[in-house]
Design a protein around this ligand. Structure first.
Ligand code: NAD
Length: 478
């Protein structure tokens, strides 16, 4: 088996050390990637610097935008192949993987169109001066992505970084690097100048740590766990460079008695079981008003029992989780619920003909979880929903804000006054009222507060985040 090479300075460079790529649906080795480290990262940062000094740095914004749009077209052309790769690599049901590939294209399309629409200002100042601002790229941007939505996370960070004119060194998650390699091939075909976009595969503690610590990197965009996010921020601090951290969540869905409960039930189940619960913005706590708790949670239980788990290609409600470690971790939380006597109200079904060595976990609903229990506080990152009883709006707010995280909240009520009151007091980066996720629109700024990180991805906010504002004051006299 030939290992996939790194993509550095427009060339494919194989490493002598390799890592196996495991298919989560059957636990078998499906490919090998190169195991890069400090040397490959250094080479990629050098290639990125040369790109900025050369052809890439010399392109105007419209030309950059055209390249991004071309890449979007190529992603759409190859959507079947990207869907297959992503689905096998992550264990994603194919329908979801196809959505991810399409969304990745949408990021390049959106930021391709936005590249030449970033304006500075002129600032009224003393007579005899003209003062203006404009945005410039940071320079070399290091991007480190997680394994749960590889194509979407890459599009989300790489597209605005390139649109602003930065050169990128990407370190994808070691479990799921195959679509990063595919994206690099398409970027080369689209005509991006050598070194504008580089991919170094490898382990987090080797290639990832080397990228975060490299003195030639001017901005770091990290999506992943809180634990690693704090390491990245510490590394960036040593080089005094800005970081965008998109970390995890323990996002509440608050359900009041006056809500459209059927709609809420459908959306709440999807929001915790999509991608087998491995979604940073998963609605992993459902806070239900006491007077409807039994009936609403009973309805959720019925819905959970109807869910079916299968291999990625079976394309059922849920696929496997990404690896053995994650499977054991999630199962550990379900075992903890049983050991602590919490009611396990429902679990889904394993579909037929599931490969024996895959990393499967049944979606599970756990009831009456005390708000301070580990299951209600820690990010499980699996298809486990914890239900919490709340007596009123005030208690719902207290419980919603009562974790270290602050990524997303869902509010379900017909009383928009109450919804708006709560939305202002909940300490999260985005609030969804009578919906959850708004279909994941690339236009909508996304990011966290508290332990969920800082900085914003998506929308124009991300573009500005990948730029540095420069003020120019001209004294020309009156
Ligand atoms: P992780 O933090 O283990 O890994 C993320 C990336 O960091 C990988 O590429 C990994 O190789 C790299 N990495 C690991 N150790 C490193 C180190 N010491 N230095 C530099 N890089 C290192 O996270 P994961 O397990 O891949 O992803 C799951 C986590 O990501 C969850 O907590 C989830 O909530 C979070 N996440 C957040 C968002 C968001 O937008 N907020 C999106 C997706 C995932």
């Amino acid at each position: 088996m030939n290992a996939h090479a790194h993509f550095i300075g427009g060339d494919w460079i194989g490493g002598s050390a390799t890592l196996p790529v495991i298919n989560p649906s059957d636990g078998q080795v499906m490919a090998e990637i190169s195991r890069g480290g400090a040397a490959e990262i250094d080479r990629a940062v050098g290639a990125a610097e040369r790109a900025l000094d050369g052809e890439w740095g010399g392109l105007d914004a419209t030309s950059r935008g055209r390249l991004l749009t071309k890449l979007a077209d190529l992603i759409r052309r190859d959507v079947d192949e990207l869907t297959r790769l992503e689905s096998e690599d992550v264990g994603k049901p194919t329908t979801l993987a196809r959505n991810d590939a399409t969304t990745c294209a949408r990021y390049f399309e959106y930021y391709g169109g936005a590249a030449d629409k970033v304006h500075g200002d002129t600032i009224p100042f003393q007579n005899g001066f003209t003062v203006m601002t404009h945005y410039e790229p940071h320079g070399v941007v290091g991007i480190i992505t997680p394994w749960n939505y590889p194509l979407q996370m890459m599009g989300r960070s790489i597209a605005p970084a390139l649109a602003m004119g930065n050169a990128v060194v990407l370190k994808p998650a070691e479990d799921t690097s195959l679509t990063a390699i595919a994206l690099a091939k398409l970027a080369a075909e689209a005509g991006f100048p050598a070194g504008a976009f580089n991919v170094v595969t490898g382990l987090g503690e080797e290639a990832g740590a080397a990228l975060a610590a490299h003195p030639g990197v001017h901005h770091i965009s990290f999506t992943g766990s809180q634990e690693v996010g704090t390491l990245i921020q510490a590394a960036a601090a040593r080089n005094t460079v800005p970081v965008t951290l998109e970390l995890g969540g323990k996002s509440p869905q608050i359900v009041f008695a006056d809500a459209d409960l059927a709609e809420a039930g459908t959306v709440i189940v999807k929001a915790i079981t999509q991608n087998a619960g491995q979604t940073c913005s998963a609605g992993s706590r459902v806070l239900v008003e006491d007077k409807i708790y039994d009936s609403f949670v009973g309805d959720l239980a019925t819905r959970f029992k109807a869910l079916r788990v299968g291999s990625a290609s079976q394309d059922l409600d849920l696929g496997p989780v990404v690896n053995r470690k994650q499977q054991e971790r999630v199962q550990g939380y379900i075992d903890l619920a049983r050991a602590d006597g919490l009611p396990v109200l429902a679990e889904g079904e394993m579909g037929g003909n599931i490969p024996g060595d895959g990393f499967y976990v049944k979606p599970t609903l756990i009831g009456d979880v005390p708000p301070d229990h580990r299951l209600a506080q820690e990010e499980i990152f699996g298809p486990v929903l914890v239900a919490i009883r709340v007596k009123d709006e005030a208690e719902a707010l207290k419980v919603a804000n009562g974790t270290d995280f602050g990524l997303v909240a869902g509010i379900w009520t017909a009383d928009l006054g109450r919804a708006m009151r709560l939305s202002r007091k909940i300490r999260v980066g985005q609030v969804f009222i009578n919906n959850y996720g708004a279909g994941g629109g690339v236009e909508l700024p996304f990011g966290g507060m508290k332990g969920s990180g800082h900085g914003r991805e998506k929308g124009f906010e991300a573009l500005y985040g990948f730029g540095s504002l420069k003020m120019v004051a001209i004294k020309h006299g009156v």
